[in-house]
Ligand binder design. Structure first.
Ligand SMILES: Cc1ncc(COP(=O)(O)O)c(C=O)c1O
Length: 389
């Protein structure tokens, strides 16, 4: 029953049949007129999702490719950068910067805590020579389930000229992010999260200020040189052979997102967050992120209770109930698990997932009586759907 598996990891996420059908076609010429029309339409619709007037470039790469592009197009060896770290992906931004020889000022935040805008203000105010060239941050840190306040971070930067470079790979189309209005200079996203596609595409947009910085950059990348992406998008194409099937899928997934409407999606994601957070607590589990405002609407991180072996829980959920959730990464392996509620997910999927979690915990002796988690799930759903009788 593989095709019926509930894949509730924080990406890759489940893909809607409409998108699968759009991709199940013979290869199309990437320089053909027909495909250029698709690129044109997709670019326009990406701008709507990013809430930007600027171009959004499509890269054939996983999210890390876009992270690399977001560093190497702006940062030269020896440049100072500030990297805010809430988990593995913040750490990756620090590593990519270090790899090209940037001087990294790294600020790690405690597990479960969002990046502190006041600290950003302090560091940039102390940078009298205005040497810090960019501030790097995740909008949504997938590794720990943190949602950072990008608007507040931008405000905290004041008049400092540093670029604000945001990884919104698991945040875009999940939590509101009006890119132009909030003044983010570089923003990236990825196909296998809220865009409901398989992995393989990434998206990047740049402000005018970022383009100016790009002109002074030595740019060590050939494949990820954004000047080439800009030049080609002006002709409704991409510099190299793109993942054409994924772009055909993207055309359909953007239709789905825009039909649903961004506001409705953000509301739905808020409901998902409340369903999972309240239900796991009803099961006696502890959340990693206590502060509601800092809790991700895309993924919920939960502490593995003392005595429970994560691998046993994962295996039971998968083999008995066909539900896949994710474990912790790196040093969080075995200590936390993560339930993804991003992309092609509906409330009833989460009801099933919580039922599976509850039954697995029951089998492992960590839940005494059944029904609490499921009940809370139902209550939250009804709270949102207004049927309280
Ligand atoms: C916030 C964030 N940044 C970067 C990445 C890296 O993307 P990829 O694994 O597609 O290279 C991920 C992947 O999960 C992510 O969630």
């Amino acid at each position: 029953m593989y095709e019926k598996q509930l894949l509730l990891i924080p990406g890759p996420t489940m893909v809607p049949p409409r998108v699968l059908r759009a991709m199940a076609v013979p290869p199309v010429g990437h320089r053909s007129q027909k495909f250029s029309q698709v690129v044109r339409e997709v670019s326009q619709n990406l701008k709507k999702v990013f809430q930007t007037e600027r171009d959004v470039y499509i890269l054939t790469a996983s999210g890390t490719g876009a992270m690399e592009a977001a560093v190497t197009n702006f940062i030269n060896p020896g440049d100072k950068v500030l990297v805010l770290v809430n988990g593995k992906f913040g750490d990756r931004f620090a590593k990519i910067n270090a790899r090209i020889g940037a001087e990294v000022i790294r600020k790690d935040f405690e597990l479960g805590k969002s990046a502190d805008p006041e600290l950003v203000k302090e560091i940039l105010t102390e940078d009298k020579g205005q040497e810090i060239k960019a501030v790097f941050v995740q909008q949504n840190e997938t590794a720990t389930g943190i949602l950072n306040n990008i608007k507040a971070i931008k405000e905290a930067m004041g008049n400092h000229p540093a670029l604000l470079i945001v990884d919104s790979i698991s945040g875009m189309a999940v939590a509101d992010f009006p890119v132009d209005e909030w003044g983010a200079d570089v923003v990236i996203a990825g196909s296998q999260k809220a865009f409901m596609l398989p992995p393989g595409l990434a998206f990047i947009t740049l402000s005018e200020k970022a383009w100016k910085v790009n002109e002074t950059c030595k740019n060590y990348n050939y494949y990820f040189d954004l000047k080439a992406a800009k030049k080609n998008l002006a002709q409704d194409t991409t510099p190299y052979t793109p993942a054409t099937s994924l772009i055909l899928g993207l055309q359909e997934s953007l239709n789905i997102l825009l039909e649903e409407g961004l506001e409705n999606i953000y509301k739905k994601q808020q409901m998902f967050k409340e369903i999972v957070r309240e239900a796991v607590q009803a099961l006696g589990l502890e959340l990693v992120v206590k502060d509601e405002k800092a809790a991700s609407p895309a993924i919920t991180a939960v502490k593995v209770p003392e005595g429970l072996v994560w691998k046993d829980l994962n295996k039971l959920m998968l083999t008995n109930f066909n539900v896949e959730i994710a474990g912790g990464q790196d040093e969080l392996k075995g200590k936390i698990f993560r339930i993804g509620h991003i992309g092609y997910v509906q409330d009833m999927d989460l009801l099933t997932a919580i039922a599976a979690l509850e039954m697995a915990l029951f089998q492992l002796g960590f839940v005494k009586d059944l029904g609490r988690g499921v009940r809370v799930c139902q209550e939250v759903i009804l709270r949102y759907k207004g049927e309280t009788k």
